[in-house]
Design a protein around this ligand. Sequence first.
Ligand SMILES: NC(=O)C1=CN([C@@H]2O[C@H](COP(=O)(O)OP(=O)(O)OC[C@H]3O[C@@H](n4cnc5c(N)ncnc54)[C@H](O)[C@@H]3O)[C@@H](O)[C@H]2O)C=CC1
Ligand SMILES: O=C(O)[C@@H]1CCC=N1
Length: 267
Amino acid sequence: MKKILFIGAGSMAEALIQGWIKQKVFSPQEIYVTNRSDKERLHFLQETYGIHCMFDQAIFRQADLIILAMKPKDAIAAMRELKPKITAQSAILSILAGIGIGTITELLGSRPVARVMPNTSATIGMSASGIAFNNEVSTAQRILFLQLLEAVGSVIEVEEDQLHAVTALSGSGPAYIYYLMEAFERVGTEVGLSKDTVRLLMTQTLAGTAEMLKQSVDEPDVLRKKVTSPGGTTEAGIQALEQYQFNEAIEACIKEAEARSRSLANG
Ligand SMILES: NC(=O)C1=CN([C@@H]2O[C@H](COP(=O)(O)OP(=O)(O)OC[C@H]3O[C@@H](n4cnc5c(N)ncnc54)[C@H](O)[C@@H]3O)[C@@H](O)[C@H]2O)C=CC1
Ligand SMILES: O=C(O)[C@@H]1CCC=N1
């Protein structure tokens, strides 16, 4: 039986735990989770998923895989605390935004490290993840890491430096879409629909356009123009988006998030 140890028990850790249990990648008995001090949170996770939150410190030395899932701002101190507790054999899967593999091996010693940027859609097995490996990761471990992320969504291998852009786009991406949905629901009710009606219409519209983008040979601009009747409603809506600098807003959103990821790397 494997031993998977989460250091950090927040929303992303829970998304992976829930996804991996649901997809039967790991049994609850194989998952151990700890955090800094929030025992109530740990008990919630134990009660909800049947994982271990109270366990012998020996688990740190027996862990086959350690998942770094604390906040970047807490990561350096957390890894300093962790180093004496673990052996050189444990592989690391880090989901820490911004924190480089070099920093991890500096603090935890040379060992196989996979750096992953998933997103919270891992909860329902639909994460979009980017992954990068250091040279210590064997071919077998690389296959295992990719299988772990494929079990909770799509995964693509990138250069480590590209993970800053991955974080800005798909790591943070769900929040941008939720923010968009909040606006649709706010304005949709102002123009006479119930919140539930807007939720149904717009979740289906988002799902449908996502599937169109996956299945169609057309580029997004071609698909957009197929919706935009000259002088019609869509044209009026797009003109309003241009008037309020939609493209500039999206550019700033992604570039600011990418820059923040790089700043997290510098502590
Ligand atoms: N929330 C998201 O959508 C995503 C988050 N991430 C990354 O996942 C990591 C966790 O993010 P969230 O779950 O959102 O944060 P969170 O704030 O919900 O959870 C952070 C966890 O780390 C624990 N922690 C802090 N210091 C610790 C220490 N010294 N030892 C052990 N545990 C410690 C906290 O107790 C808490 O359980 C971050 O590095 C973030 O960049 C990556 C992809 C998506
Ligand atoms: O907001 C954050 O920093 C984390 C990383 C990507 C999504 N959430």
